[in-house]
Design a protein around this ligand. Structure first.
Ligand code: HEC
Ligand code: HEC
Length: 616
């Protein structure tokens, strides 16, 4: 059987290995050195970067860098690596020969993608929030330019002529071409309104196209096989159709076989094959690039490990590597016949057994979480963040909430209709995911007696979901600004009454109480959605982290914090704001953007707020 499969793959892939074109540079979680003797990858959960020899697959160094490292890039042809440490807001420079950190460069917030210029003199970096591109001098670590473009930037690639950068917007998949000398936006490729979660972008070696994976979120269809679809999009850079983009659905490219959560892709050096990894179904497709409007055809599929997040072809075109985030290893496959060349453990699993199981369940679109493989919890809650979407749920319009600090903010949902994460068994078994589920037997009403302790798998899913912590606002890193201090006064004033509901260290009066005693408020937001079945009273949301979680309110109808206080509060039912001068509204917004300006957990513990603790 195996030989037959290999033979088939050999025939399909025969033409893959002729290298040819000038190297462009793409940000990624795994990248090869220019001479292909080593690669580096970031390990998000471990907080480390690993350097591995190629093709020996020998682990050379593992370097602790900080919280949640993402993009890694080799600097020019040198032995230095730049890594974006997303959670620590730093770019860390590592000497890959010694495994030592040689420099730490502080940035404003959330560095995600990094590429180096060919001569190694400059690094370009995307900051996801607040959507900036930085140009950094590698000689002294100074930030030469800061350019604000687009929103929520992730992917980044530098053209071979070094003149232009492509960047992707995470929550829309819009692509911008930006001048690498002055940061001007030269062209944009606008997405369909449903396109979502675009990460890395890679040039074709010929430089005529660029490729990125993303999903499509059909927010009006809240059932498993109609909501979320896997895609690759081609951006056309030159030729007659320059400036256009086309979207290739990956759920129909191989008969009826469904894949979920395409996370990364790479083009073989000969420009003929696109390798796409699916983080929800743990497989990789090798797709032939056709050069016409059909763009891609199916060639072969490879079985990967758990939650593959990065794909890179070796520079000689002989192999494709996959980074299996939840197996903590990298596997290499031959591009000649698809057989596994080897694997290397890049880091030890830093998670407890329970958190690892919970995280695997959260990321997988395979049974028993679903029956048909379309969707996973992470399709809407990637890394515990919100997807920036408002979904048409059976109970009405519902904006996806971020999960930071979730262990502190039970009950759950805008309407407080779930009292523990274990109740998401209703989501798993329901129309959205259509899974068999994690619990034996009947499932009680979500607000009835707790189901904690009935299923180790469900408890693990809950433990992982509850493990996302708050992160401090970058706007208050040096304390509250003058404007934010004025806003703080207004927030706590008797006039506005904000703090009467948004109170205490979590800025919420919500409490885990029986259904009849729940604290809910009608703040005048429950009448403008005809599909609403549960309003007009809602749970007071925490305000910690609202600086990055637009849109706002349960129905997502407020695009900005200012809108929450103005256009969405015309009747003064959501605190009193109509008497405020425009500058006072601005001050209040500055204060909201600064939350949290200190770690809320010690004070929350001191005031007796209940935290859900994972069992180990
Ligand atoms: C189709 C997108 C989608 C999928 C898939 C999804 N969710 Fe959600 N999730 C949402 C939306 C929208 C909300 C807000 C709903 C509400 O409040 O009524 C939400 C809310 C939540 C909340 C409450 C957050 C809070 O602050 O109160 C939790 C917890 C959660 N989801 C967990 C999960 C888990 C676990 C899974 C997988 C079993 C999952 N979700 C699958 C869209 C999704
Ligand atoms: C009577 C209780 C109450 C008062 C007073 C109040 N809020 Fe709220 N706040 C809520 C509730 C309930 C919601 C959720 C409403 C919804 O989603 O429709 C909310 C939502 C918000 C949101 C959106 C959060 C998100 O994640 O989308 C912000 C921002 C906010 N409030 C700020 C304020 C400010 C500033 C004030 C004072 C001017 C204030 N609130 C006064 C109860 C209150």
């Amino acid at each position: 059987m195996l030989t037959l499969r290999r033979l088939l793959l050999t025939l399909l892939l025969l033409a893959v290995s002729t290298p040819g074109f000038a190297q462009t540079r793409s940000a990624g979680l795994l990248n090869f050195h220019a001479n292909a003797s080593r690669f580096a990858c970031s390990n998000r959960d471990s907080g480390t970067v690993t350097v591995v020899s190629w093709p020996e697959l020998k682990k050379l160094h593992e370097i602790p860098v900080g919280l949640h490292p993402e993009g890694v890039a080799w600097i020019g042809t040198s032995s230095s690596i730049a890594c974006c440490v997303y959670g620590s807001d730093e770019i860390v420079i590592i000497d890959a020969d010694s495994g030592q950190i040689t420099r730490r460069i502080a940035v404003f917030d959330e560095p995600y993608g990094v590429v180096s210029s060919a001569d190694g003199k400059l690094l370009f970096v995307t900051l996801e929030y607040p959507a900036q591109i930085l140009a950094v001098n590698t000689a002294d670590g100074t930030i030469r330019n800061t350019w604000s473009v687009g929103s929520m930037l992730r992917g980044l690639a530098l053209a071979s002529d070094q003149q232009t950068l492509l960047v992707t917007e995470y929550l829309t998949s819009r692509v911008l071409e930006v001048s690498s000398t002055d940061g001007k936006v030269l062209r944009t490729w606008d997405p369909a309104s449903t396109d979502n979660l675009a990460r890395q972008i890679v040039f074709s070696p010929q430089g005529d196209r660029a490729w990125m994976t993303h999903i499509r979120s059909r927010v009006t269809a809240s059932h498993g096989n109609g909501s979320i679809f896997p895609y690759v999009t081609a951006i056309r850079l030159s030729g007659e159709d320059a400036g256009t983009r086309s979207r290739v659905p990956l759920d129909t490219i191989r008969g009826t076989r469904v894949t979920a959560n395409p996370w990364d892709c790479d083009v073989t050096p000969d420009g003929k094959t696109l390798c796409v990894a699916f983080a929800g179904t743990n497989d990789m497709y090798l797709l032939g690039i056709t050069g016409d409007y059909s763009e891609l055809n199916f060639k072969a599929a490879l079985q990967l490990g758990n939650n593959p997040r990065a794909v890179r072809c070796s520079p000689d075109g002989s192999a494709v590597l996959a980074y299996n985030a939840l197996d903590f290893n990298v596997t290499a496959f031959s591009l000649q016949d698809g057989h596994e060349l080897g694997r290397v453990n890049v880091t030890d699993c830093p998670l407890s057994e329970q958190l690892l199981l919970g995280k695997k369940l959260f990321y997988t679109a395979l049974p028993p979480m679903t029956s048909r493989g379309w969707i996973s919890c992470s399709s809407c809650h990637p890394d515990g963040d919100a997807d920036g979407r408002t979904w048409q749920q059976p109970e009405g319009l519902r904006n996806t909430q971020p999960m930071s600090g979730l262990a502190w903010t039970h009950p759950l949902h805008w309407s407080s209709d779930r009292d523990e994460v274990q109740d998401f068994e209703h989501t798993i078994r329901g129309k959205l995911m259509q899974g068999r589920g994690l619990l034996q037997g009947s499932l009680p009403d979500a607000m009835a007696e707790p189901i904690t302790g009935r299923s180790a798998a469900l408890d693990a899913l809950a433990a992982y979901t509850n493990s996302h912590s708050f992160s401090l606002s970058p706007w208050a890193r040096h304390g509250l600004s003058e404007a934010a201090l004025r806003g703080q006064q207004l927030f706590h004033s008797e006039q506005t009454k904000c703090a009467s509901c948004h109170k205490g260290p979590l800025y919420s009066d919500s409490q885990p109480l029986p259904r009849e005693q729940l604290i809910l408020h009608d703040v005048g937001t429950g009448t403008d959605d005809p599909s609403e079945l549960m309003g007009p009273r809602y749970d007071t949301p925490t305000l910690l982290g609202v600086y990055r979680s637009a849109p706002y309110l349960h129905h997502g109808r407020a695009a900005t914090l200012k809108d929450v206080l103005t256009t969405a509060n015309t009747g003064d039912r959501h605190g009193k704001t109509s008497h405020l001068k425009p500058t006072e509204i601005d001050d209040l917004v500055e204060f909201l953007k600064s939350l949290p300006f200190e770690d809320p957990e010690p004070q929350a513990t001191a005031t007796g707020i209940r935290k859900i603790r994972p069992e180990h």
